[in-house]
Write a protein that binds this ligand. Structure first.
Ligand SMILES: NC(=O)c1ccc[n+]([C@@H]2O[C@H](COP(=O)([O-])OP(=O)(O)OC[C@H]3O[C@@H](n4cnc5c(N)ncnc54)[C@H](OP(=O)(O)O)[C@@H]3O)[C@@H](O)[C@H]2O)c1
Length: 329
């Protein structure tokens, strides 16, 4: 295959990162033993940071961004995959130290590739993406620690974000009572449609909270970190479980051991870059018992030309749901 195709590439010169939609050929992609015709990719918060050269996410240039993709194998030098197989790739360094999903073709290591879980389309799996996998992994680990729908309400912070919208959808369809916490105006109807029974505003960071405040939540899925996570540790019910994976609002954690030793609060760290056996197990659940039922409402489907606008919107914390890029055109 030696024709040209479209790619969204990040360049850096004298420390200034620029973004270009370019026409490139396969031989300029990072090496790999499978070639995928990309159908869809998406925007995760990490892509937004990378596209501005923030947090040292990308260190070698030029780089095609996009930490997830779905598509069809067109060439394979690995016996596990054949042309025509529908697949997904999440993480493993794509869009970071290997060219990612924001292009019409990707060449990657077959060890990073997963066959599309039964029952999901390429669009479903891209709408879910790294964000939805993170929501599914959080729920799986919380349930392994005893969370169940009878235990009490679950708080989802950063509620209009990619991970959070899918988490709300998954939790509510599994019978959990969900409260959504959002800093945005006019999103109550949207969040209730996804399955939240209540929507509350963000907590303000300048309030000094006691080590233990009124116990409210049996579980929390936290995209925000910082003062929100600090507050969360203080307001969990006895044996409440917090899944912490995000730092959209800050990376510090200022709390005491009191919630952990008096209420048995459990703080579970979530790293979506899991080994393949965990991914396969969790994706199977995402396609069945956790299956989100509002993917159409969560996805905003855009073309490659609209990437700069939506990356900036995500970085500013102003996007809603999942931004999915249709690379077929
Ligand atoms: N550990 C992992 O493996 C892993 C995997 C995936 C994602 N993440 C992290 O998880 C977080 C969420 O990812 P995402 O893709 O869902 O991002 P996203 O779509 O940008 O959503 C983040 C949400 O957080 C809220 N928010 C943004 N800025 C905030 C601030 N300054 N203070 C309080 N809330 C703020 C906003 O929701 P509202 O406006 O509704 O409040 C925003 O929609 C990010 O930090 C990301 O890096 C980590």
């Amino acid at each position: 295959m030696n024709h040209s195709f479209k790619a969204f590439r990040l360049h850096s010169s004298d420390g200034v990162v620029t973004r270009k939609i370019e026409s490139i050929q396969l031989d300029s992609l990072s090496p790999g033993n499978v070639v995928i015709k990309v159908a869809f990719s998406s925007i995760n918060y990490k892509d937004a940071l990378a596209s501005k050269g923030l947090n040292n996410i990308v260190r070698e240039w030029p780089r095609i961004s996009g930490i997830d993709l779905t598509g069809t194998i067109i060439e394979s030098w690995d016996s596990r995959f054949s042309p025509g197989d529908e697949v997904l790739v999440n993480g493993y360094g794509i869009g970071v130290d290997h060219d990612g999903g924001h292009a019409q073709y990707a060449r990657v290591n077959a060890d990073w590739v997963m066959k599309l879980p039964l029952g999901l389309t390429l669009l479903d799996a891209a709408t879910i993406g790294v964000a939805g996998y993170t929501a599914g992994l959080s729920l799986d680990l919380m349930e392994l620690n005893g969370l169940n729908p009878q235990g009490g309400p679950i708080l989802v912070t950063g509620a209009t974000g990619g991970v959070a919208t899918i988490a709300i959808d998954m939790l509510s369809q599994k019978g959990y009572q969900v409260t959504a916490m959002s800093g945005k105006q006019n999103v109550v109807e949207y969040l209730k449609k996804l399955g939240a029974s209540e929507v509350i505003g963000r907590i303000t960071s300048d309030v000094k909270f006691k080590p233990l405040e009124k116990a409210q939540w049996a579980g929390a899925i936290d995209s925000v970190g910082g003062s929100t996570l600090s507050w969360l540790t203080r307001v969990m019910q006895t044996n409440g479980i917090i899944a912490a994976f995000g730092n959209a609002g800050g990376a510090e954690l200022d709390t005491t051991v009191i919630p952990f030793i008096l209420r048995g609060v459990r703080l579970i760290g979530i790293n979506a870059n899991s080994p393949m056996d965990i991914r396969e197990k969790v994706w199977k659940k995402i396609a069945s018992e956790y299956r989100p039922t509002h993917l159409n409402e969560i996805a905003t489907i855009i073309g490659i030309e609209e990437l700069p606008y939506y990356l900036d919107l995500t970085l500013a914390g102003k996007s809603k749901g999942r931004i999915v890029i249709d690379l077929s055109k």
